[in-house]
Design a protein around this ligand. Structure first.
Ligand code: SG7
Ligand code: ZN
Length: 270
């Protein structure tokens, strides 16, 4: 059965094709988004996310897999549903979310815009409910859609009480999963507080293109939705992320894959 696990130790991203042939494919992710060449597509209009619980509250298990802190959603207790726009009538459900981030603020995102990286990128991984599960969907051409939200470091994101009752608690939980393989329960995350734009995607500007998972097995099964506007993140939040360790006791920061060739693919916007 397809799975997401891969050995990072010993393998640079260039060696991934040796363990996963799809990583050498011609529609890989991430990419640099060149804003002067994106094509206008009114059919992207109408993308919506709806939530089972008020404020998009979810529960799940936060794991440090040695590559990225990943919150697997306990879907039976409520998740998010994505449909419309580039997804048409297909209905996708949120499976997990995870973070890519830099060792320093000048890099960290997987996608870049006109050659510029952000300090981080949150991925909301959804799968097409025409398949029975995420693992059934992950290798199908229409199996996955991932929303990428850039993280921009700003002092305006103050880690004060206001933020503690918001998404900050998720970052606080990161202290419990410093070593790879560790996991901790998360009972009270509001997706809307983590990325407010999710609540009104119809009004959000985003780029869309067909690509892949950014780690082995690199399946070319992902319709990417990259939001133009970043969320703000404090330096403190970035510090918490950078404290996470891999199997060699190094920080997992810079857990982004370099941008891949576009190979004639079209990036749409509306
Ligand atoms: C992170 O990114 C994890 C992986 C994920 C991978 O390393 O979130 O997921 C798990 C369950 O460890 O791999 C197959 C999969 O979802 C790649 O995801 S991404 O393409 O959205 N960056
Ligand atoms: Zn990712």
């Amino acid at each position: 059965a397809p799975h997401c696990d891969f050995q990072r130790g010993g393998y640079g991203t260039d060696d991934w094709k040796k363990i996963a042939p799809d990583c050498a494919g011609s529609a890989q992710s991430p990419i640099n988004i060149k804003t002067s060449t994106v094509s206008q597509n009114p059919n992207l209009k109408g993308l919506t996310m709806s939530f089972d619980n008020i404020f998009g509250k979810v529960r799940g298990t936060l794991t440090n897999n040695g590559h990225a802190p990943t919150l697997k959603i306990s879907k039976q207790l409520g998740t998010a549903t994505l449909t419309g726009g580039p997804l048409g009538k297909s209905v996708y459900k949120l499976e997990q979310l995870h973070f890519h981030f830099g060792c320093e603020n000048n890099k960290g995102s997987e996608h870049t815009v006109d050659g510029q990286a952000y300090s981080g990128e949150i991925h909301f991984v959804t799968y097409n409910t025409k398949y029975a599960s995420f693992s059934q969907a992950m290798d199908k051409p229409d199996g996955l859609s991932v929303i990428g939200v850039f993280m921009k470091v700003s002092y305006k994101d103050r880690d004060d009480n206001y933020n503690i009752i918001k998404a900050f608690r998720l970052f606080w939980k990161m202290w419990s999963v410093r070593e790879p393989g560790k996991e901790v329960a998360v009972n009270d995350l509001s997706l809307i507080n983590l990325a407010p734009a999710l609540a009104h995607l119809r009004k959000a500007s985003f780029y869309s293109y067909k690509g892949s998972l950014t780690t082995p097995p690199c399946y070319q099964s992902v319709k990417w939705i990259v939001l133009k506007n970043p969320v703000l993140a404090s330096n403190y939040k970035m510090t918490i992320l950078r404290r996470l360790r891999d199997h060699e006791e190094h920080s997992i920061c810079n857990n982004f894959r370099p941008v891949q060739a576009l190979n004639g693919r079209i990036v749409s916007v509306y």
